[in-house]
Design a protein around this ligand. Structure first.
Ligand code: HMG
Ligand code: MG
Length: 304
């Protein structure tokens, strides 16, 4: 199958990235980063999460972040909401879209959200119903689609079943998370093929962490199946607090560079994105982990 002509990038750095950084950024700095990402042309930005601050203290200021961002027309600012309490806070913060997050591994589900898979789905249904009533779209995540830090191998059937359940409760899209970045291209392709038998590929997104350096190769393997939505994190920020050893998502700028080379449109200005990557790196006081930002060096415009 030819590669898609256009790919939608979902920028998850301000949430998936910053949730796992030991250095907590102030809300104003997070908002500045989000504004820079919007100015670089990213049209979907996961800006925070409305979860228990005891579980993920880095995201405790998400309401303040949403208050401080300069909302750019045409950009969707999204957030994670594990339950009705989170959804209520997200709606108050005028979030454009919310996400519920399940796992294909029982052990990871327990560690991440303190309940098993079936119970998590039962908790997400009322969240989807209430979001629908508020006319707010809901995205679904499935974690550990290519392996689990506690259970090891994860059957593709389990991934497909959870993805189908999320769509059945009203998620318009399901993002498939290689939470610990252990996948390889053949396995990534086989997993997406199996899920696409249950959920149309147009409703699937790839959310690949780069722990083992395989994320770009895995993305290419699933682009080849026609998958056209990719989650990525500026500068390769982050990881997951409940998945030991998980490093950041694939870096957004590395993905854009690859897609540009393939002639696939994203609407993203690479120079502005690299400047945003250096802005985040400087705020965190460490170099970006993306190949591209390092190769290009810090641009003069990166200073805030
Ligand atoms: P729990 O302890 O079972 O919840 O946690 P609870 O209902 O018993 O409540 C316990 C306390 O949390 C109460 O406060 C609640 O009010 C409070 P207390 O009475 O003790 O003071 N609480 C909340 N506070 C603020 N916002 C809320 C909220 N809900 C309850 N929404 C819960 C269950 C789901 C809340 C908890 O486990 C949690 O917050 N987990 C979030 C974990 C998380 O954010 N993980 C990272 C995101 S997932 C990820 O990174 C993977 C992904 O990137 C894809 C991939 O890579 O695979 C998406
Ligand atoms: Mg993730």
């Amino acid at each position: 199958m030819p590669y898609p002509a256009r790919v939608t990038l979902v920028e998850v750095g301000p949430r998936d990235g910053l949730q796992n950084e030991p250095h907590h950024l102030p809300a104003a700095t997070k908002a500045q980063l989000i504004d820079r990402l919007a100015d670089a042309g990213l049209s979907v930005i996961e800006a925070g999460s409305f979860v228990s601050p005891k579980w993920v203290p880095q995201m405790a200021d998400s309401a303040e972040v949403f208050r401080l961002i300069n909302r750019k027309p045409g950009v969707r600012y999204t957030a994670l909401t594990p339950n009705l309490k989170g959804l209520g806070a997200a709606l108050t913060a005028r979030v454009d879209e919310v996400a519920v997050f399940a796992a294909a591994s029982e052990a990871f589900s327990q560690k991440n959200i303190n309940c098993g898979i079936a119970e998590s789905l039962d908790r997400f249904r009322p969240v989807c119903d209430a979001a629908r009533a508020a006319v707010v779209p809901v995205r679904g995540y499935v974690s550990c689609v290519l392996g689990c830090p506690y259970q090891g191998a994860v059957p593709v059937k389990a991934v497909a079943a959870v993805a189908a359940a999320l769509v059945a409760m009203g998620c318009y899209e399901v993002s498939l998370g290689d939470t610990i970045g252990v996948g390889t291209p053949g396995k990534a392709r086989a997993m997406v093929e199996a899920v696409a038998a249950a959920v149309p590929i147009a409703r699937l997104a790839a959310h690949f962490h780069n722990t083992y350096g395989q994320a770009l190769a895995n993305l290419l393997a699933v682009l080849d199946l026609g998958l056209a939505t990719i989650d990525a994190s500026v500068g390769g920020l982050g990881g997951c607090p409940y998945a030991r050893g998980a490093t950041g998502n694939v870096a957004t700028e590395d993905v854009v560079y690859m897609l540009n080379g393939l002639g696939i449109a994203t609407g993203v200005d690479l120079d502005r994105l690299i400047a945003a990557s250096w802005f985040a790196a400087d705020a965190l006081d460490r170099p970006p982990s993306s190949k591209l930002a390092r190769a290009k060096g810090r641009p003069a415009v990166s200073s805030s």
